[in-house]
Design a protein around this ligand. Structure first.
Ligand code: M6R
Length: 613
Protein backbone atom coordinates (compact mmCIF):
# COMPACT_ATOMS: atom_id res chain seq x y z
CA UNK A 1 0.00 0.00 0.00
CA UNK A 2 3.07 2.18 0.22
CA UNK A 3 4.75 3.98 -2.66
CA UNK A 4 8.29 3.07 -3.70
CA UNK A 5 10.50 4.87 -6.16
CA UNK A 6 14.16 4.38 -7.01
CA UNK A 7 16.53 6.03 -9.48
CA UNK A 8 19.93 5.37 -10.94
CA UNK A 9 21.32 7.49 -13.78
CA UNK A 10 22.98 10.75 -14.62
CA UNK A 11 20.46 13.29 -13.31
CA UNK A 12 19.84 14.47 -9.75
CA UNK A 13 18.27 11.45 -8.09
CA UNK A 14 16.73 13.61 -5.37
CA UNK A 15 14.48 15.64 -7.71
CA UNK A 16 13.30 12.57 -9.54
CA UNK A 17 12.60 10.67 -6.33
CA UNK A 18 10.66 13.52 -4.68
CA UNK A 19 8.57 14.09 -7.81
CA UNK A 20 7.98 10.36 -8.01
CA UNK A 21 6.88 10.25 -4.36
CA UNK A 22 4.39 13.05 -4.99
CA UNK A 23 2.84 10.98 -7.75
CA UNK A 24 2.73 7.92 -5.52
CA UNK A 25 1.47 9.69 -2.43
CA UNK A 26 -2.04 8.36 -3.03
CA UNK A 27 -0.71 4.90 -2.13
CA UNK A 28 0.08 5.92 1.45
CA UNK A 29 0.85 9.23 3.04
CA UNK A 30 1.57 9.01 6.75
CA UNK A 31 5.37 9.40 6.51
CA UNK A 32 8.04 9.58 3.84
CA UNK A 33 11.78 9.10 3.44
CA UNK A 34 14.67 9.04 1.01
CA UNK A 35 18.17 7.52 0.90
CA UNK A 36 20.76 9.06 -1.40
CA UNK A 37 23.97 7.27 -2.35
CA UNK A 38 26.66 9.95 -2.73
CA UNK A 39 30.42 10.15 -2.20
CA UNK A 40 30.68 6.71 -0.59
CA UNK A 41 28.00 7.35 2.01
CA UNK A 42 24.26 6.98 2.42
CA UNK A 43 22.30 10.08 3.43
CA UNK A 44 18.92 9.10 4.83
CA UNK A 45 16.22 11.71 5.52
CA UNK A 46 12.77 10.85 6.89
CA UNK A 47 9.77 12.75 8.15
CA UNK A 48 6.35 11.82 9.46
CA UNK A 49 3.49 13.39 7.50
CA UNK A 50 3.26 14.17 3.82
CA UNK A 51 6.01 14.25 1.18
CA UNK A 52 6.01 18.06 1.43
CA UNK A 53 7.51 17.72 4.95
CA UNK A 54 10.30 15.58 3.55
CA UNK A 55 10.93 18.09 0.77
CA UNK A 56 11.33 20.89 3.30
CA UNK A 57 13.70 18.76 5.39
CA UNK A 58 15.86 18.10 2.33
CA UNK A 59 16.15 21.82 1.72
CA UNK A 60 16.79 22.83 5.31
CA UNK A 61 18.63 19.96 6.98
CA UNK A 62 20.67 18.21 4.30
CA UNK A 63 23.97 19.14 2.64
CA UNK A 64 22.87 20.62 -0.71
CA UNK A 65 25.88 19.08 -2.41
CA UNK A 66 24.38 15.66 -1.60
CA UNK A 67 20.89 16.74 -2.64
CA UNK A 68 22.10 18.04 -5.99
CA UNK A 69 24.80 15.52 -6.90
CA UNK A 70 23.42 12.13 -5.91
CA UNK A 71 22.77 10.02 -8.97
CA UNK A 72 21.26 7.03 -7.19
CA UNK A 73 18.71 6.66 -4.43
CA UNK A 74 15.51 5.13 -3.16
CA UNK A 75 12.44 6.73 -1.57
CA UNK A 76 9.19 5.70 0.07
CA UNK A 77 5.83 7.05 1.15
CA UNK A 78 4.26 4.92 3.86
CA UNK A 79 0.91 3.50 4.91
CA UNK A 80 1.71 2.17 8.37
CA UNK A 81 1.28 -1.54 9.12
CA UNK A 82 3.82 -2.20 11.90
CA UNK A 83 4.32 0.75 14.25
CA UNK A 84 3.07 4.31 14.34
CA UNK A 85 3.85 6.75 11.51
CA UNK A 86 6.95 8.14 13.26
CA UNK A 87 10.31 9.16 11.80
CA UNK A 88 11.90 6.01 13.28
CA UNK A 89 9.37 3.77 11.56
CA UNK A 90 9.49 5.60 8.23
CA UNK A 91 11.46 4.00 5.37
CA UNK A 92 14.22 3.68 4.15
CA UNK A 93 15.64 1.38 6.82
CA UNK A 94 19.32 0.57 7.21
CA UNK A 95 21.08 -2.68 7.98
CA UNK A 96 23.15 -3.08 11.14
CA UNK A 97 26.24 -1.61 9.48
CA UNK A 98 24.28 1.36 8.04
CA UNK A 99 25.76 0.56 4.62
CA UNK A 100 22.64 -0.90 3.03
CA UNK A 101 19.30 0.92 2.69
CA UNK A 102 15.94 -0.65 1.90
CA UNK A 103 12.40 0.48 1.08
CA UNK A 104 9.61 -2.05 1.28
CA UNK A 105 5.95 -2.43 0.45
CA UNK A 106 4.13 -5.45 1.95
CA UNK A 107 4.32 -7.40 5.19
CA UNK A 108 7.07 -9.71 6.48
CA UNK A 109 4.93 -12.16 8.44
CA UNK A 110 7.77 -13.97 10.22
CA UNK A 111 9.56 -10.77 11.16
CA UNK A 112 9.34 -11.38 14.92
CA UNK A 113 11.23 -14.70 14.69
CA UNK A 114 13.81 -13.22 12.31
CA UNK A 115 14.26 -10.22 14.59
CA UNK A 116 15.04 -12.46 17.57
CA UNK A 117 17.57 -14.46 15.54
CA UNK A 118 19.28 -11.29 14.33
CA UNK A 119 19.34 -9.74 17.81
CA UNK A 120 21.19 -12.81 19.05
CA UNK A 121 23.82 -12.10 16.40
CA UNK A 122 24.17 -8.47 17.52
CA UNK A 123 21.58 -6.54 15.51
CA UNK A 124 20.28 -3.42 17.21
CA UNK A 125 16.91 -2.22 15.92
CA UNK A 126 15.72 1.36 16.08
CA UNK A 127 12.18 0.92 14.74
CA UNK A 128 9.17 -1.30 15.34
CA UNK A 129 8.92 -2.28 11.69
CA UNK A 130 9.10 -5.59 9.88
CA UNK A 131 11.07 -3.78 7.15
CA UNK A 132 14.05 -2.97 9.35
CA UNK A 133 14.34 -6.69 10.10
CA UNK A 134 14.61 -7.39 6.37
CA UNK A 135 17.30 -4.71 5.99
CA UNK A 136 19.36 -6.35 8.76
CA UNK A 137 18.79 -9.78 7.26
CA UNK A 138 20.13 -8.62 3.89
CA UNK A 139 23.10 -7.06 5.69
CA UNK A 140 23.81 -10.38 7.42
CA UNK A 141 24.15 -12.09 4.00
CA UNK A 142 26.15 -9.33 2.33
CA UNK A 143 29.69 -10.07 1.30
CA UNK A 144 30.18 -8.02 -1.84
CA UNK A 145 27.26 -9.16 -4.04
CA UNK A 146 24.10 -7.25 -3.15
CA UNK A 147 21.85 -9.26 -5.46
CA UNK A 148 22.91 -12.51 -3.81
CA UNK A 149 22.41 -11.02 -0.32
CA UNK A 150 18.91 -9.81 -1.21
CA UNK A 151 17.98 -13.16 -2.76
CA UNK A 152 19.26 -15.17 0.19
CA UNK A 153 17.39 -12.95 2.65
CA UNK A 154 14.19 -13.13 0.68
CA UNK A 155 14.33 -16.92 0.68
CA UNK A 156 13.88 -16.73 4.47
CA UNK A 157 10.93 -14.38 4.32
CA UNK A 158 7.27 -15.33 4.71
CA UNK A 159 4.85 -12.70 3.51
CA UNK A 160 4.74 -10.16 0.73
CA UNK A 161 7.21 -7.63 -0.54
CA UNK A 162 8.14 -5.17 -3.19
CA UNK A 163 11.64 -3.95 -2.27
CA UNK A 164 14.37 -1.68 -3.55
CA UNK A 165 17.84 -1.90 -2.01
CA UNK A 166 21.03 0.14 -2.40
CA UNK A 167 24.46 -0.23 -0.80
CA UNK A 168 27.29 2.21 -0.23
CA UNK A 169 29.73 -0.31 -1.70
CA UNK A 170 27.70 -0.74 -4.90
CA UNK A 171 26.92 2.81 -6.03
CA UNK A 172 26.22 1.78 -9.64
CA UNK A 173 23.41 -0.63 -8.91
CA UNK A 174 20.13 -1.08 -7.13
CA UNK A 175 18.46 -4.42 -6.43
CA UNK A 176 14.68 -4.76 -6.60
CA UNK A 177 12.41 -7.75 -6.01
CA UNK A 178 8.74 -8.53 -5.72
CA UNK A 179 6.35 -11.05 -4.25
CA UNK A 180 2.78 -9.88 -3.88
CA UNK A 181 3.52 -6.15 -4.15
CA UNK A 182 3.91 -4.54 -7.56
CA UNK A 183 7.22 -3.27 -8.93
CA UNK A 184 7.78 -1.74 -12.33
CA UNK A 185 11.11 -0.90 -13.97
CA UNK A 186 11.17 2.15 -16.27
CA UNK A 187 13.84 1.83 -18.96
CA UNK A 188 15.07 5.37 -19.70
CA UNK A 189 17.96 6.49 -21.82
CA UNK A 190 21.04 6.28 -19.63
CA UNK A 191 18.84 6.06 -16.54
CA UNK A 192 16.50 3.57 -14.91
CA UNK A 193 13.58 4.43 -12.63
CA UNK A 194 11.80 1.80 -10.57
CA UNK A 195 8.48 2.34 -8.82
CA UNK A 196 5.53 0.60 -7.28
CA UNK A 197 3.41 1.94 -10.11
CA UNK A 198 3.86 3.56 -13.46
CA UNK A 199 2.58 6.96 -12.44
CA UNK A 200 6.04 7.72 -10.98
CA UNK A 201 7.73 6.57 -14.18
CA UNK A 202 5.63 7.87 -17.04
CA UNK A 203 7.16 11.38 -16.92
CA UNK A 204 10.54 9.83 -17.81
CA UNK A 205 9.85 6.89 -20.09
CA UNK A 206 6.98 4.87 -21.58
CA UNK A 207 9.05 1.66 -21.72
CA UNK A 208 8.59 -0.58 -18.69
CA UNK A 209 9.15 -4.08 -17.39
CA UNK A 210 6.51 -5.39 -14.97
CA UNK A 211 8.29 -7.66 -12.52
CA UNK A 212 6.55 -10.92 -11.67
CA UNK A 213 6.29 -12.60 -8.29
CA UNK A 214 9.58 -14.25 -7.40
CA UNK A 215 11.64 -11.95 -9.65
CA UNK A 216 14.78 -10.17 -8.49
CA UNK A 217 16.42 -7.55 -10.74
CA UNK A 218 19.80 -5.90 -10.80
CA UNK A 219 19.21 -2.34 -11.95
CA UNK A 220 21.90 -0.14 -13.48
CA UNK A 221 21.74 3.14 -15.39
CA UNK A 222 21.71 1.18 -18.64
CA UNK A 223 19.07 -1.42 -17.89
CA UNK A 224 17.98 -4.36 -15.81
CA UNK A 225 18.82 -8.06 -15.50
CA UNK A 226 15.96 -10.08 -14.10
CA UNK A 227 16.51 -13.42 -12.40
CA UNK A 228 15.03 -15.81 -9.88
CA UNK A 229 15.94 -16.02 -6.20
CA UNK A 230 18.32 -18.79 -7.31
CA UNK A 231 20.09 -16.42 -9.72
CA UNK A 232 18.74 -17.99 -12.94
CA UNK A 233 18.25 -15.30 -15.58
CA UNK A 234 14.67 -14.87 -16.85
CA UNK A 235 13.27 -12.99 -19.85
CA UNK A 236 10.76 -10.25 -19.17
CA UNK A 237 9.12 -8.31 -21.99
CA UNK A 238 9.34 -4.55 -22.25
CA UNK A 239 5.82 -3.05 -22.42
CA UNK A 240 4.66 0.41 -23.43
CA UNK A 241 2.66 2.55 -20.96
CA UNK A 242 -0.61 3.39 -22.73
CA UNK A 243 -1.20 6.85 -21.32
CA UNK A 244 0.65 10.15 -21.10
CA UNK A 245 1.71 12.15 -18.07
CA UNK A 246 -1.25 14.62 -18.29
CA UNK A 247 -3.59 11.77 -17.38
CA UNK A 248 -1.95 11.65 -13.94
CA UNK A 249 -2.17 15.41 -13.31
CA UNK A 250 -4.99 17.49 -11.90
CA UNK A 251 -5.35 19.52 -15.08
CA UNK A 252 -6.81 22.63 -13.42
CA UNK A 253 -9.17 20.81 -11.04
CA UNK A 254 -8.81 21.31 -7.28
CA UNK A 255 -8.75 17.59 -6.65
CA UNK A 256 -8.07 14.40 -8.56
CA UNK A 257 -11.45 13.14 -7.41
CA UNK A 258 -13.31 16.02 -9.10
CA UNK A 259 -11.19 15.64 -12.23
CA UNK A 260 -11.97 11.94 -12.34
CA UNK A 261 -15.70 12.55 -11.86
CA UNK A 262 -15.64 15.01 -14.75
CA UNK A 263 -13.56 12.65 -16.87
CA UNK A 264 -16.22 9.97 -16.73
CA UNK A 265 -17.92 10.66 -20.08
CA UNK A 266 -14.56 10.34 -21.85
CA UNK A 267 -13.41 7.41 -19.73
CA UNK A 268 -16.64 5.57 -20.53
CA UNK A 269 -16.29 6.29 -24.24
CA UNK A 270 -12.86 4.68 -24.02
CA UNK A 271 -14.29 1.69 -22.16
CA UNK A 272 -16.98 1.18 -24.79
CA UNK A 273 -14.99 2.00 -27.94
CA UNK A 274 -14.74 -0.89 -30.41
CA UNK A 275 -16.60 -3.25 -28.14
CA UNK A 276 -20.14 -3.08 -29.56
CA UNK A 277 -21.39 -4.81 -32.69
CA UNK A 278 -24.47 -2.65 -33.19
CA UNK A 279 -25.71 -4.71 -36.13
CA UNK A 280 -25.81 -7.97 -34.28
CA UNK A 281 -26.56 -6.48 -30.87
CA UNK A 282 -23.45 -8.12 -29.49
CA UNK A 283 -20.45 -7.16 -27.40
CA UNK A 284 -16.93 -7.93 -28.61
CA UNK A 285 -14.75 -8.65 -25.62
CA UNK A 286 -11.83 -10.52 -27.08
CA UNK A 287 -9.81 -10.49 -23.88
CA UNK A 288 -12.33 -12.84 -22.25
CA UNK A 289 -11.04 -15.49 -24.61
CA UNK A 290 -13.97 -17.87 -24.07
CA UNK A 291 -14.86 -20.36 -26.79
CA UNK A 292 -18.59 -20.70 -27.62
CA UNK A 293 -18.45 -24.09 -25.90
CA UNK A 294 -16.93 -22.60 -22.74
CA UNK A 295 -19.49 -19.82 -22.81
CA UNK A 296 -22.31 -22.31 -23.08
CA UNK A 297 -20.89 -24.41 -20.26
CA UNK A 298 -20.93 -21.61 -17.69
CA UNK A 299 -23.64 -22.30 -15.13
CA UNK A 300 -22.88 -19.55 -12.67
CA UNK A 301 -20.98 -16.28 -12.38
CA UNK A 302 -19.14 -15.57 -9.14
CA UNK A 303 -17.90 -12.03 -8.60
CA UNK A 304 -15.00 -11.54 -6.18
CA UNK A 305 -14.08 -7.99 -5.20
CA UNK A 306 -13.76 -5.46 -2.37
CA UNK A 307 -15.12 -1.97 -1.69
CA UNK A 308 -16.40 0.00 -4.64
CA UNK A 309 -15.49 -2.81 -7.02
CA UNK A 310 -17.70 -5.13 -4.99
CA UNK A 311 -20.56 -2.66 -5.36
CA UNK A 312 -20.05 -2.71 -9.13
CA UNK A 313 -20.12 -6.50 -8.88
CA UNK A 314 -23.38 -6.34 -6.94
CA UNK A 315 -24.93 -4.32 -9.78
CA UNK A 316 -23.79 -7.00 -12.22
CA UNK A 317 -25.84 -9.65 -10.44
CA UNK A 318 -28.92 -7.93 -11.83
CA UNK A 319 -27.30 -7.72 -15.26
CA UNK A 320 -26.14 -11.33 -15.57
CA UNK A 321 -29.37 -12.71 -14.13
CA UNK A 322 -31.65 -10.28 -15.99
CA UNK A 323 -30.01 -10.44 -19.41
CA UNK A 324 -28.28 -13.80 -19.51
CA UNK A 325 -30.24 -16.02 -17.09
CA UNK A 326 -26.95 -16.68 -15.32
CA UNK A 327 -27.20 -17.15 -11.55
CA UNK A 328 -24.66 -14.78 -10.02
CA UNK A 329 -23.22 -14.53 -6.55
CA UNK A 330 -21.12 -11.66 -5.29
CA UNK A 331 -18.47 -12.50 -2.72
CA UNK A 332 -16.43 -10.14 -0.59
CA UNK A 333 -12.98 -11.38 -1.59
CA UNK A 334 -11.56 -11.62 1.95
CA UNK A 335 -14.47 -13.88 2.95
CA UNK A 336 -14.31 -15.92 -0.21
CA UNK A 337 -10.63 -16.77 0.11
CA UNK A 338 -11.03 -18.35 3.53
CA UNK A 339 -14.41 -20.06 3.22
CA UNK A 340 -13.21 -23.01 1.13
CA UNK A 341 -15.38 -21.73 -1.72
CA UNK A 342 -17.46 -24.12 -3.77
CA UNK A 343 -16.36 -23.20 -7.27
CA UNK A 344 -15.41 -25.45 -10.16
CA UNK A 345 -15.34 -25.96 -13.89
CA UNK A 346 -18.92 -24.71 -14.48
CA UNK A 347 -18.26 -21.37 -12.80
CA UNK A 348 -16.90 -18.18 -14.24
CA UNK A 349 -15.20 -16.27 -11.44
CA UNK A 350 -14.82 -12.58 -12.28
CA UNK A 351 -12.32 -10.64 -10.20
CA UNK A 352 -13.24 -6.96 -10.28
CA UNK A 353 -10.42 -4.65 -9.22
CA UNK A 354 -9.45 -1.17 -10.34
CA UNK A 355 -5.84 -1.56 -9.24
CA UNK A 356 -5.54 -5.24 -10.04
CA UNK A 357 -3.42 -5.53 -6.88
CA UNK A 358 -5.93 -5.87 -4.02
CA UNK A 359 -4.50 -8.64 -1.85
CA UNK A 360 -7.78 -10.35 -0.97
CA UNK A 361 -9.10 -10.25 -4.53
CA UNK A 362 -5.82 -11.68 -5.79
CA UNK A 363 -5.99 -14.48 -3.23
CA UNK A 364 -9.57 -15.23 -4.32
CA UNK A 365 -8.33 -15.45 -7.92
CA UNK A 366 -5.61 -17.91 -6.97
CA UNK A 367 -8.03 -20.07 -4.97
CA UNK A 368 -10.49 -20.14 -7.90
CA UNK A 369 -7.79 -21.08 -10.41
CA UNK A 370 -6.71 -23.87 -8.06
CA UNK A 371 -10.27 -25.17 -7.91
CA UNK A 372 -10.51 -25.34 -11.70
CA UNK A 373 -12.94 -22.47 -12.32
CA UNK A 374 -12.74 -20.23 -15.37
CA UNK A 375 -11.33 -17.00 -13.99
CA UNK A 376 -11.42 -13.57 -15.63
CA UNK A 377 -10.10 -10.22 -14.43
CA UNK A 378 -11.79 -6.85 -14.80
CA UNK A 379 -8.97 -4.42 -14.05
CA UNK A 380 -8.11 -0.86 -14.89
CA UNK A 381 -4.36 -0.97 -14.34
CA UNK A 382 -2.67 -2.57 -17.31
CA UNK A 383 -0.13 -5.24 -16.42
CA UNK A 384 -1.43 -5.50 -12.84
CA UNK A 385 -1.08 -8.79 -11.01
CA UNK A 386 -4.75 -9.81 -11.25
CA UNK A 387 -4.79 -8.99 -14.97
CA UNK A 388 -1.72 -11.13 -15.51
CA UNK A 389 -2.61 -14.05 -13.28
CA UNK A 390 -6.15 -14.45 -14.59
CA UNK A 391 -4.75 -14.48 -18.12
CA UNK A 392 -8.19 -13.62 -19.51
CA UNK A 393 -10.22 -10.53 -18.86
CA UNK A 394 -11.19 -7.07 -19.88
CA UNK A 395 -9.40 -3.82 -19.21
CA UNK A 396 -11.55 -0.85 -18.27
CA UNK A 397 -9.44 1.67 -20.23
CA UNK A 398 -10.67 4.38 -17.86
CA UNK A 399 -7.21 5.95 -17.51
CA UNK A 400 -5.28 6.28 -14.24
CA UNK A 401 -7.43 6.79 -11.15
CA UNK A 402 -5.41 8.72 -8.57
CA UNK A 403 -8.07 9.92 -6.10
CA UNK A 404 -8.33 7.40 -3.28
CA UNK A 405 -12.12 7.46 -3.59
CA UNK A 406 -12.94 5.39 -6.64
CA UNK A 407 -15.22 7.14 -9.14
CA UNK A 408 -14.60 6.56 -12.83
CA UNK A 409 -13.54 2.99 -12.13
CA UNK A 410 -17.02 2.21 -10.73
CA UNK A 411 -18.91 3.56 -13.72
CA UNK A 412 -16.50 1.86 -16.13
CA UNK A 413 -16.77 -1.43 -14.22
CA UNK A 414 -20.57 -1.41 -14.41
CA UNK A 415 -20.45 -0.47 -18.10
CA UNK A 416 -18.03 -3.30 -18.91
CA UNK A 417 -20.04 -5.76 -16.81
CA UNK A 418 -23.12 -4.70 -18.75
CA UNK A 419 -21.30 -5.44 -22.01
CA UNK A 420 -20.31 -8.84 -20.60
CA UNK A 421 -23.92 -9.57 -19.65
CA UNK A 422 -24.99 -8.55 -23.16
CA UNK A 423 -22.44 -10.89 -24.71
CA UNK A 424 -23.52 -13.79 -22.51
CA UNK A 425 -27.20 -12.93 -22.95
CA UNK A 426 -26.95 -12.98 -26.73
CA UNK A 427 -25.34 -16.44 -26.58
CA UNK A 428 -28.17 -17.68 -24.42
CA UNK A 429 -31.53 -16.04 -24.77
CA UNK A 430 -31.52 -12.42 -25.94
CA UNK A 431 -32.88 -11.71 -29.41
CA UNK A 432 -30.91 -9.64 -31.87
CA UNK A 433 -33.45 -6.83 -31.47
CA UNK A 434 -33.06 -6.85 -27.71
CA UNK A 435 -29.27 -6.86 -28.11
CA UNK A 436 -29.38 -3.94 -30.55
CA UNK A 437 -31.51 -1.96 -28.08
CA UNK A 438 -29.03 -2.63 -25.25
CA UNK A 439 -26.15 -1.56 -27.50
CA UNK A 440 -27.95 1.74 -28.07
CA UNK A 441 -28.41 2.19 -24.34
CA UNK A 442 -24.75 1.44 -23.65
CA UNK A 443 -23.72 3.96 -26.29
CA UNK A 444 -25.84 6.61 -24.58
CA UNK A 445 -24.15 6.20 -21.17
CA UNK A 446 -21.34 8.77 -21.67
CA UNK A 447 -23.79 11.44 -22.78
CA UNK A 448 -26.11 10.78 -19.84
CA UNK A 449 -23.21 10.85 -17.39
CA UNK A 450 -22.14 14.17 -18.92
CA UNK A 451 -25.60 15.57 -18.16
CA UNK A 452 -25.25 14.62 -14.50
CA UNK A 453 -21.73 16.03 -14.28
CA UNK A 454 -23.02 19.33 -15.67
CA UNK A 455 -25.11 19.66 -12.53
CA UNK A 456 -22.06 19.85 -10.29
CA UNK A 457 -22.84 23.42 -9.15
CA UNK A 458 -26.49 22.63 -8.40
CA UNK A 459 -25.42 19.57 -6.42
CA UNK A 460 -22.90 21.75 -4.55
CA UNK A 461 -25.81 23.98 -3.41
CA UNK A 462 -27.67 20.95 -2.08
CA UNK A 463 -24.47 19.67 -0.44
CA UNK A 464 -24.24 22.92 1.52
CA UNK A 465 -27.54 22.09 3.22
CA UNK A 466 -26.29 18.66 4.34
CA UNK A 467 -22.64 19.40 5.11
CA UNK A 468 -23.13 19.71 8.88
CA UNK A 469 -24.83 16.39 9.52
CA UNK A 470 -23.09 13.65 11.49
CA UNK A 471 -25.09 10.67 10.20
CA UNK A 472 -26.81 9.85 6.91
CA UNK A 473 -28.62 6.93 5.34
CA UNK A 474 -28.73 5.95 1.67
CA UNK A 475 -31.55 3.72 0.47
CA UNK A 476 -32.34 1.96 -2.78
CA UNK A 477 -33.85 -1.29 -3.94
CA UNK A 478 -33.17 -3.78 -6.71
CA UNK A 479 -30.38 -2.67 -8.96
CA UNK A 480 -30.23 0.63 -7.05
CA UNK A 481 -29.45 -1.08 -3.75
CA UNK A 482 -25.71 -1.41 -4.53
CA UNK A 483 -25.80 2.20 -5.74
CA UNK A 484 -27.03 3.19 -2.26
CA UNK A 485 -24.13 1.26 -0.71
CA UNK A 486 -21.70 3.03 -3.02
CA UNK A 487 -23.18 6.46 -2.23
CA UNK A 488 -22.74 5.82 1.50
CA UNK A 489 -19.17 4.58 1.02
CA UNK A 490 -18.23 7.68 -0.99
CA UNK A 491 -19.64 10.00 1.66
CA UNK A 492 -18.07 8.29 4.66
CA UNK A 493 -14.61 7.82 3.18
CA UNK A 494 -14.03 11.42 2.14
CA UNK A 495 -16.24 13.52 4.48
CA UNK A 496 -16.02 11.34 7.65
CA UNK A 497 -19.80 11.59 8.04
CA UNK A 498 -21.13 8.31 9.36
CA UNK A 499 -23.14 7.01 6.40
CA UNK A 500 -24.91 3.68 5.91
CA UNK A 501 -26.40 2.21 2.77
CA UNK A 502 -29.48 0.01 3.09
CA UNK A 503 -31.94 -1.86 0.97
CA UNK A 504 -34.90 0.51 1.28
CA UNK A 505 -37.23 -2.01 2.95
CA UNK A 506 -34.55 -3.09 5.42
CA UNK A 507 -34.51 0.29 7.12
CA UNK A 508 -37.55 -0.53 9.21
CA UNK A 509 -35.98 -3.74 10.49
CA UNK A 510 -33.85 -1.73 12.90
CA UNK A 511 -32.01 1.29 11.51
CA UNK A 512 -35.17 3.40 11.38
CA UNK A 513 -34.72 3.78 15.16
CA UNK A 514 -31.88 6.18 14.38
CA UNK A 515 -33.89 8.54 12.20
CA UNK A 516 -34.52 12.04 13.48
CA UNK A 517 -34.56 15.54 11.96
CA UNK A 518 -30.75 15.83 11.90
CA UNK A 519 -30.25 12.53 10.07
CA UNK A 520 -31.01 12.80 6.35
CA UNK A 521 -31.94 9.93 4.07
CA UNK A 522 -30.76 9.92 0.46
CA UNK A 523 -33.27 7.89 -1.55
CA UNK A 524 -32.61 6.50 -5.04
CA UNK A 525 -35.91 7.03 -6.81
CA UNK A 526 -35.11 6.72 -10.53
CA UNK A 527 -38.20 5.94 -12.56
CA UNK A 528 -37.54 2.22 -12.88
CA UNK A 529 -39.38 -0.77 -11.39
CA UNK A 530 -39.32 -0.57 -7.58
CA UNK A 531 -39.63 3.21 -7.35
CA UNK A 532 -43.21 3.05 -5.98
CA UNK A 533 -42.10 0.74 -3.17
CA UNK A 534 -39.14 2.93 -2.28
CA UNK A 535 -41.49 5.90 -2.19
CA UNK A 536 -43.39 4.03 0.53
CA UNK A 537 -40.15 3.74 2.50
CA UNK A 538 -39.50 7.43 1.95
CA UNK A 539 -42.87 8.22 3.50
CA UNK A 540 -41.89 6.15 6.55
CA UNK A 541 -38.68 8.18 6.90
CA UNK A 542 -40.45 11.51 6.56
CA UNK A 543 -43.01 10.43 9.14
CA UNK A 544 -40.01 10.22 11.54
CA UNK A 545 -39.06 13.77 10.49
CA UNK A 546 -35.90 12.68 8.67
CA UNK A 547 -35.28 15.00 5.69
CA UNK A 548 -35.19 13.09 2.41
CA UNK A 549 -32.99 13.97 -0.57
CA UNK A 550 -34.26 12.12 -3.64
CA UNK A 551 -32.33 11.21 -6.76
CA UNK A 552 -35.22 11.49 -9.18
CA UNK A 553 -35.73 11.08 -12.94
CA UNK A 554 -36.06 14.42 -14.78
CA UNK A 555 -39.71 15.30 -15.31
CA UNK A 556 -40.99 12.91 -12.62
CA UNK A 557 -42.74 15.69 -10.72
CA UNK A 558 -44.87 13.36 -8.64
CA UNK A 559 -41.81 11.69 -7.12
CA UNK A 560 -40.04 15.03 -6.73
CA UNK A 561 -43.01 16.29 -4.72
CA UNK A 562 -42.65 13.36 -2.29
CA UNK A 563 -39.18 14.34 -1.04
CA UNK A 564 -37.63 17.41 0.59
CA UNK A 565 -34.81 18.06 -1.88
CA UNK A 566 -34.16 16.71 -5.38
CA UNK A 567 -31.21 15.87 -7.60
CA UNK A 568 -32.55 15.23 -11.13
CA UNK A 569 -30.93 12.64 -13.37
CA UNK A 570 -31.69 11.69 -16.97
CA UNK A 571 -34.33 9.08 -17.80
CA UNK A 572 -32.67 5.75 -18.56
CA UNK A 573 -33.27 2.01 -18.41
CA UNK A 574 -32.88 0.11 -15.14
CA UNK A 575 -29.54 -1.35 -16.30
CA UNK A 576 -28.01 2.08 -16.54
CA UNK A 577 -29.71 3.75 -13.57
CA UNK A 578 -27.00 2.76 -11.02
CA UNK A 579 -24.31 4.43 -13.13
CA UNK A 580 -26.28 7.65 -13.50
CA UNK A 581 -27.29 7.80 -9.85
CA UNK A 582 -23.85 7.03 -8.49
CA UNK A 583 -22.33 9.91 -10.47
CA UNK A 584 -24.78 12.25 -8.69
CA UNK A 585 -23.81 10.70 -5.33
CA UNK A 586 -20.09 11.07 -6.11
CA UNK A 587 -20.64 14.79 -6.64
CA UNK A 588 -22.74 15.05 -3.48
CA UNK A 589 -19.99 13.39 -1.41
CA UNK A 590 -17.29 15.49 -3.07
CA UNK A 591 -19.00 18.82 -2.39
CA UNK A 592 -19.90 17.91 1.18
CA UNK A 593 -16.28 16.89 1.87
CA UNK A 594 -15.01 20.11 0.27
CA UNK A 595 -17.31 22.26 2.38
CA UNK A 596 -16.13 20.39 5.49
CA UNK A 597 -12.52 21.12 4.53
CA UNK A 598 -11.51 17.46 4.24
CA UNK A 599 -8.42 16.13 2.47
CA UNK A 600 -10.43 14.74 -0.40
CA UNK A 601 -7.76 12.97 -2.43
CA UNK A 602 -6.01 11.50 0.59
CA UNK A 603 -8.60 10.72 3.26
CA UNK A 604 -7.26 9.79 6.67
CA UNK A 605 -6.21 6.17 7.26
CA UNK A 606 -6.84 5.12 3.66
CA UNK A 607 -4.64 4.20 0.73
CA UNK A 608 -5.54 3.67 -2.88
CA UNK A 609 -4.43 0.12 -3.32
CA UNK A 610 -4.92 -2.37 -0.47
CA UNK A 611 -2.10 -4.83 -0.97
CA UNK A 612 -2.24 -6.30 2.54
CA UNK A 613 -4.96 -8.55 4.00
O1 M6R B 1 -8.33 -1.65 -6.62
P1 M6R B 1 -9.60 -2.30 -6.17
O2 M6R B 1 -10.75 -1.96 -7.05
O3 M6R B 1 -9.46 -3.77 -6.00
O4 M6R B 1 -9.88 -1.67 -4.75
C1 M6R B 1 -10.94 -2.12 -3.96
C2 M6R B 1 -11.22 -1.17 -2.84
O5 M6R B 1 -10.11 -1.04 -2.00
C3 M6R B 1 -11.61 0.23 -3.34
O6 M6R B 1 -12.69 0.17 -4.23
C4 M6R B 1 -11.99 1.15 -2.15
O7 M6R B 1 -13.15 0.69 -1.56
C5 M6R B 1 -12.12 2.60 -2.60
N1 M6R B 1 -11.36 3.47 -1.74
C6 M6R B 1 -13.51 3.11 -2.55
O8 M6R B 1 -13.61 4.42 -2.99
Amino acid sequence: MCGIVGYIGKRSACDILINGLKRLEYRGYDSAGIALNCNASLTVTKRSGKVAMLETALLQDVDQQVVENSVAGIAHTRWATHGLPTVENAHPHLDNSSRIALVHNGIIENYAALRTQLQKKGSVFVSETDTEVLAHLIGSFYSGDLAVAVSEALKMVEGTYGVAVIAVDAPDEMIVARRGSPLVIGMGSGETIIASDVSAIVAHTQQVIYLQDGDVARITATGADVFTLDQCLVDRDISEIEWEIDAAEKGGFDHFMLKEIFEQPEALRNSIRGRLDKDQGFAILAGLDLTPRELASIKRVVIVACGTSMHAGMVSKYLFEGLADLPTSVEQAAEFRYCNPLVGADDLVVAVSQSGETADTLAAVRESILKGALVAGLCNVVGSTIARETGRGIYLHAGPEIGVASTKAFTAQVTVLLMMALKFGRRRRLSREAGVQICREIESIPEMVARVVEQSDAIADIAAEFADVEHAFFIGRGILYPAALEGALKLKEISYIHAEGYQAAELKHGPIALLEPATPVVALLNDIPGREKTLGNVAECRARKAPVLGVVTEGDFETAASVDRVISVPRCSAYIAPIISVVALQLLAYHIARIRGCEIDQPRNLAKSVTVE
